[in-house]
Design a protein around this ligand. Structure first.
Ligand SMILES: Cc1cc2nc3c(=O)[nH]c(=O)nc-3n(C[C@H](O)[C@H](O)[C@H](O)COP(=O)(O)OP(=O)(O)OC[C@H]3O[C@@H](n4cnc5c(N)ncnc54)[C@H](O)[C@@H]3O)c2cc1C
Length: 411
């Protein structure tokens, strides 16, 4: 078995991995870098997959984070369609599915997550899709023939975005959610109700409090059987019920894992030569009450910077404000901060119609905002949350009072 030496081995070739490699070269790192990813595609952005790419308004070429020449010109050894199958922290060596081995000085685990499988009979029938990769969306697009009826299982960001994209394409869409509201994991009831109403107005048949009993069909999916026994006719099913962190490699190497690879504020695992970043990293976050994993581009990009700092000997703890976005129809939801353990909600504007924003407070401190078609609130809100301010409530709930003018009273 051939063993090669690399100063930095990056496992995974997704957003976090790519940004770590880019960041190292940008900061003048001259050592050797290998980036090993099991997908066939060069690093690309996932957010448009459920939005413009699924809707057919964005070409695959526009998804790539960098052109192929970029990686060659910067001497980044990119291995695609290759899996890292084992990691030996003592020998600082990783084994690859090709049979080769890479000995590293630093290893960055950026293995992301994989889709949570739907645990019911019929889930493996042709026509049942998940959405994580470019390949997945190409499969969905090929299945969604004109007139095809779509059932979406899961009312999180991805399920809702898929429903919106499919409506744009003219498909009949039923959205099935087990809980009593959409986006329940990430936002408040007021925002959930807004999105539910929007989808209904756009013609989606939204079913809440609804369990899926089985996917039905002989040789391919023909419907989704609900807990009540009712069968929703469907030619295509897209399942979006969350992801599981790809932490097995770390776990088998003896690194502590707990719903993700456990890291400190510098993205270091228990082995100081191994860092973990992005969706897979369970990290302490100064905007959360405890450790957590974040599944966002912001987190992937900013943790990549943290890892680069550690490798270059200029470590800075990860302290960036979490933010997220979602595009559905003509609505852009932008979230600043983490709406966890809030004890008060203030709505700016009318939640009946966009634009409006929802502010989340904990003991008077502004901890997060959901901004619906309100970029100004989002931009100012990011600064307010990052600064840990306790803004005046009367001014906060007045949509005519610009949030940026509240940057006065430090907590
Ligand atoms: C459809 C969709 C829409 C999204 N929309 C948004 C959005 O609007 N806003 C937002 O902020 N975020 C969004 N996200 C989330 C965002 O894309 C992720 O947070 C981000 O991609 C995380 O990057 P990552 O590098 O940590 O993980 P990933 O992108 O999952 O990359 C990890 C890579 O590592 C590979 N890998 C895993 N194990 C191994 C191994 N052993 N060997 C080799 N390779 C391995 C995987 O195959 C994968 O290619 C969306 C995600 C999806 C799927």
């Amino acid at each position: 078995m051939a063993t090669v030496e690399r100063d930095v081995l990056i496992v995974g070739a997704g957003h976090a991995a790519a940004m770590a490699a880019v960041g190292l070269r940008q900061k003048g790192f001259a050592g050797s870098i290998a980036m090993v990813g099991e997908e066939a595609a060069l690093p690309y952005e996932r957010p448009p997959l459920s939005k413009a790419y699924l809707a057919g308004t964005l070409e695959a070429q526009r998804l790539y984070l960098r052109k192929a020449e970029f990686w060659q010109e910067r001497a980044i050894d990119v291995r695609l369609s290759t899996r890292v199958t084992g990691l030996d922290p003592q020998a600082r060596t990783a084994t690859l599915s090709t049979g080769e081995a890479i000995r590293y000085t630093w290893c960055i685990l950026a293995t992301g997550g994989r889709v949570r499988p739907l645990p019911c009979p019929g889930a493996d029938l042709p026509g049942v899709h998940y959405l994580r990769t470019l390949e997945d969306v190409d499969g969905i697009r090929a299945s969604l023939k004109p007139g095809a009826r779509l059932a979406v299982i899961g009312g999180g960001y991805i399920g809702l975005e898929v429903a919106a994209s499919a409506r744009k394409l003219g498909h009949e869409v039923t959205l099935i959610e087990a809980l009593d509201r959409v986006l329940a994991r990430v936002t408040s009831p007021v925002v959930s109700r807004f999105f539910e109403a929007k989808h209904r107005a756009e013609g989606v048949d939204v079913r809440l409090n609804t369990a899926v009993a089985a996917i039905v069909g002989e040789t391919a999916v023909t419907g989704v059987q609900l807990g009540s026994g009712e069968v929703i006719p469907a030619d295509v099913v897209v399942v979006g019920i969350g992801i599981l962190p790809n932490s097995e490699l770390a776990q088998e190497a003896g690194l502590p894992c707990d719903n993700g690879i456990v890291v400190d504020a510098f993205c270091r695992t228990a082995d100081p030569a191994i860092l973990a970043i992005g969706d897979v990293a369970r990290h302490p976050n100064r905007f959360a009450p405890g450790a957590l994993r974040l599944e966002s581009v912001q987190n992937a990009v900013d943790q990549a910077k943290t890892a680069v700092g550690v490798i270059l000997g200029t470590p800075e703890p990860y302290a960036d404000l979490p933010w997220f976005w979602s595009d559905q129809y003509d609505i852009k939801l932008q979230t600043a901060g983490l709406a966890i353990d809030y004890d008060e909600i203030i709505v700016r504007g009318s939640p009946e119609a966009a634009p409006f924003s929802v502010c989340y407070l904990r003991q008077g401190k502004l901890i997060a905002l959901d901004c619906i078609n309100s970029i100004k609130d989002f931009m100012a809100g990011k600064k307010l949350v990052a600064a840990g301010l306790e803004p005046d409530r009367t001014l906060l709930c007045d949509p005519d009072h610009a949030l940026k003018d509240l940057m006065t009273a430090p907590a």
